[in-house]
Design a protein around this ligand. Structure first.
Ligand SMILES: [Zn+2]
Length: 163
């Protein structure tokens, strides 16, 4: 689970169980834990831990086994499905990458126009429809360079692909 600390992974985990879920999942990567152990380790109540685990259980990313203690109480031992979590994260990553590539294609293959007030950015077609006059402020539209945005996107995509 070396990819667990990537921003995409942390975002995915927090998206399911909230920001505190990150600690819970991290702890479960080291092995099975009871709700009491997790609560003690993370300084949270068992109720919060249970709520987080329930969401990951619904997402089929964790499982539990019930064991009766000598005092008659049931204790829940929770375990992570690391492969399922990794697969879910990689699906999310592929989706984000595909959106970023589309965005890059759009930025790369279009010329953009803007007024000096920077009210809004227009594609060539949109500028043409407006006679290259900004409909908000009436200033004429000039070509707007987006090389910086393209470069940023390309770098970001590159970093994501190689991680
Ligand atoms: Zn304007």
């Amino acid at each position: 689970m070396e990819s667990l600390e990537e921003p995409v992974s942390l975002d995915f985990i927090a998206g399911i169980g909230g920001i505190r879920a990150i600690g819970v999942i991290r702890a479960l990567t080291k092995g099975e834990r009871t709700e009491t152990e997790l609560a003690e380790d993370l300084g949270l109540t068992e109720q919060i831990i249970r709520g987080i685990l329930q969401r990951f259980y619904d997402a089929k990313l964790v499982n539990f086994r019930k064991e009766r203690e000598p005092n008659g109480w049931f204790v829940y031992h929770w375990e992570l499905y690391p492969e399922r979590l990794a697969e879910a994260i990689s699906r999310r990553k592929r989706k984000i990458l595909s959106l970023l590539r589309k965005r890059f294609e759009f930025e790369h293959s279009n010329h953009f126009f803007m007024c000096t007030e920077r009210c809004q950015r227009f594609t060539f077609e949109e500028g043409f429809e407006n006679d290259f006059i900004c409909p908000s402020c009436g200033e004429s539209l000039r070509q707007h360079e987006n090389e910086f945005a393209c470069q940023e996107l390309e770098d970001y995509i590159g970093r994501m692909e190689s991680s």
